[in-house]
Design a protein around this ligand. Structure first.
Ligand code: SF4
Length: 739
């Protein structure tokens, strides 16, 4: 048996559950991952990603040396044909090397050279075109400290709020709805409180695959504690087997179903009137708008039997402790904000919020999407959700960052999707991407590709050259979670330590170190004398700087979170943390009901495109695949599969395992079919992790007007039988990261 040199306790780099990992290290190599039984988050349990998905750290394709394009090193103008750098053309065929100018070659270099090219190029563009030409994607995989520094760099040095990250693409609808109704967008309770629920609703969340450890806790609530689970989802997800009820609604019909449940609660006088009277406002106007949402009306639109809607409403309303857990099936719609509001109304009507074992719980996707949002990696907010267009907030951060009075911008920034659609002459010219992969995560990827080609200068700071890094001018090699210190904030709002298990490979450096080094170079070129602070010796100093202004984190120190973390708000150094929010009031005072209407998805099936496509994630993979597809998990699940209902497959003559071509108005992909009753008739499901059959080539870039989140969860497609020869070669696609 191998004996470890040491065991490092850290936090999982994949999903928002935030499981505790013990990294067993021998000769600077992690050979095993376990978890302690006393972890308050996962009690020793890990899913396949946490247990086995760490070996991407040692993948030969990992980049550990700074890279610049040859044209920069040779002082030549940027050559034409940027689209060819992305070594696969839009029709999926590899472009021969001979057609690609060697001025696009990556050349290994030292840190000074790479960072000087970045600082020179960013400052040149900023001086020429101003703040609006600058934009940055922060990273939900990176630590709080990394994200805090990157948004600080762009706000304090380039005076722009064009700062965003992938929260825009997952829970922006939930965030906006919760802010409007409550004034706070985090989960109100912790996931482990599910065992206190009598009744809970799981909707738009394939929890077993996306938050597996929370799914275990949900199963425990049902099996051991007798809770009743109501699943509302178009797919027959794993949890349906244990559910009291499954409401199989059509994708995009959340508002009528949940509003009809509210209708029943009101009509059958199941309302918690004390809660409505003392804790909410806007009820009368809301009541008027609710009138038309009868269960029969909802049945016609959603396909869910009216009687099931009534039964579910009664069950949730009559519970002692009821809670709602939701995922992106609620938020990733052009009416994602309205969908989340319809859920919030149910909690207001019944008073199932503000107590242990109740709550409104949007399950956050990535390991640190909660933290990246808390750190101000968003275009409308400084750290701590302080609006950037509020002069008082601005003054606080000017003081913290040593910026002259009135120096920070009051202008709201662009969101992720807007940043790319503004990538043109007179718009965004320079983009810095830390760890994100818009060439996989944005909708309508053919359009995204065109925008990426329009950028004048692109920096990629990552562990691998992913599909987006392939467009970069400079690549800065960062360290993965196993080689750096910092903190992640999980979906429970628990701030936990991340610890380096061994030194960085090659010349790779932790993101925060790279950013400090770069910021100092930018500052020197800008000639700013009263500089913001960039000389941190350890990431804890960064966290403490942020916590000096962001009261939610005020009482968090590395010492206090050494063992089990702390759940914010932690307003002072003696505070024990706050697992349950809103016990007395909401941050905005009273909870606000909103009037809702039913708005269909932007693209409904028709004769040409008769299926509804819905996309999602798999247990074995993670997001754009930068980590999992470069890990041994890829051997377990190596290719995309399209889930098609047997009745639809029969009509189209498609058998299990046959190649199929899926076509939408925006693009097409080819993959094998899985014939399964997991999906409903008329609905096709595909995962979006696979670059060679990228689901987002098909998805619709229509946006929710308030949250600016795209409609990933529903678009119209056609399905054709294809041939084996039409299938993409994943080896060629995965080779894209070479240099
Ligand atoms: Fe990691 Fe999430 Fe799996 Fe836990 S449930 S091991 S945090 S991926």
């Amino acid at each position: 048996m191998i004996k470890p040199d040491h065991i490092t306790t850290s936090t999982c780099p994949y999903c928002g559950v935030g499981c505790t990992l013990q990294l067993h290290v021998r000769d600077d190599f992690i050979y095993k991952v376990t978890s302690p039984f006393d972890s308050p988050v996962n009690h020793g349990n890990l899913c396949v990603k946490g247990r086995f998905g760490y070996d991407f750290v040692y993948h030969p394709k990992r980049v550990t040396t700074p890279l610049v394009r040859r044209y920069l090193l040779e002082g030549k103008p940027k050559p034409e044909g940027r689209e060819q750098v992305y070594a696969i053309s839009s029709d999926g065929k590899p472009i021969p090397d001979s057609q690609i100018s060697n001025l696009w070659d990556w050349v290994e270099t030292d840190w000074d050279t790479a960072l000087n090219f970045v600082a020179d190029s960013l400052v040149r563009i900023y001086r020429r075109d101003g703040s609006d030409a600058m934009a940055v994607y922060c990273c939900a995989k990176a630590t709080n400290e990394d994200n805090y520094l990157l948004q600080k760099m762009y706000r304090a040095l380039f005076r722009t709020n064009n700062v965003d990250h992938c929260t825009r693409l997952c829970h922006a609808g939930s965030v906006v709805a919760l802010q409007q109704a409550i004034g706070s967008s985090a989960m109100s309770n912790t996931a482990s409180q599910v065992i206190m629920n009598d009744v809970f609703i799981v909707t738009g969340s394939n929890t077993s695959e996306n938050h597996p450890i929370i799914a275990l806790q949900m199963k425990e609530a049902v099996m051991k504690h007798g809770a009743k689970m109501i699943v509302v989802d178009p797919r027959r997800i794993d949890l349906v087997d244990m559910a009291e009820m499954w409401l199989a609604l059509k994708p995009g019909t959340n508002v009528p179903v949940f509003s009809a449940m509210a209708h029943v609660i009101v009509k059958e006088n199941l309302v918690n009137w004390e809660f409505v009277k003392n804790r909410t406002e806007g009820f009368d106007e809301f009541l008027e708008s609710l009138e038309k949402f009868t269960p029969e009306y909802a049945e016609e639109i959603s396909g869910v039997p009216a009687e099931d809607i009534r039964k579910a409403a009664r069950m949730y309303a009559r519970a002692k402790n009821g809670a709602i857990y939701w995922g992106m099936g609620i938020s990733q719609l052009s009416h994602g904000t309205a969908s989340a509001l319809a859920l919030i109304h149910l909690a207001f009507l019944t008073g199932h919020v503000g107590r242990d074992g109740t709550g409104l719980n949007p399950l956050r996707g990535q390991n640190n999407v909660q933290g990246a949002s808390d750190m101000g990696s968003m275009p409308f907010h400084y750290p701590g959700y302080m609006r950037v267009d509020n002069p008082e907030n601005r003054a606080k951060w000017e003081k913290a960052w040593n910026v002259e009075e009135g120096g920070l911008s009051l202008k709201l920034g662009l969101t992720t999707t807007e940043i790319l659609s503004h990538a043109h002459e007179g718009g965004v010219r320079a983009l810095f991407i830390m760890g994100e992969n818009p060439m996989m995560s944005e909708p309508n990827l053919n359009e995204t590709r065109r925008h990426m080609q329009e950028l004048e200068f692109l920096v990629s700071q990552d562990v691998f050259i992913n599909e987006s890094g392939a467009f970069a001018d400079v690549f800065l090699p960062a360290t993965p979670f196993a080689e750096k210190d910092g903190t992640f904030s999980n979906t429970d709002r628990r701030v936990q330590r991340v610890r380096a298990a061994h030194p960085p490979r090659g010349l790779a450096r932790p993101d925060w170190e790279i950013l400090c080094d770069l910021a100092k170079r930018i500052e020197a070129r800008l000639g700013r004398t009263n500089s913001a602070y960039w000389d941190y010796k350890h990431p804890e100093e960064i966290l403490r700087e942020m916590a000096g202004v962001n009261e939610d984190y005020a009482g968090i120190t590395y010492e206090r979170i050494d063992k089990v973390g702390l759940i914010y708000p932690v307003p002072d150094l003696n505070h024990p943390g706050t697992p349950t929010l809103f016990t007395e009031s909401f941050p905005r005072g009273r909870g606000k009901f909103h009037q809702l209407d039913y708005v269909p998805v932007m693209e409904e099936p028709d004769d040409e495109y008769p299926f509804i496509l819905t996309t999602g994630r798999l247990l074995e993979h993670w997001h754009g695949g930068t980590m999992t597809r470069n890990s041994s998990l890829n051997e377990i699940y190596p290719e995309a599969r399209a889930e098609i209902h047997p009745a639809d497959a029969d009509i189209h003559g498609i058998k299990h395992g046959d190649p199929v071509r899926l076509q939408s108005r925006r693009g097409e992909v080819v993959m094998r079919a899985t014939i399964t009753e997991k999906t409903s008739v008329g609905v096709v499901f595909i995962p979006w992790h696979f670059a060679e059959a990228a689901g987002n080539l098909l998805t619709n870039d229509a946006l929710d007007p308030q949250a600016k989140i795209p409609e990933f969860k529903a678009c119209a497609v056609q399905v054709f039988p294809a041939r084996d020869g039409d299938l993409p070669n994943p080896e060629v696609m995965l080779d894209r990261g070479r240099y």
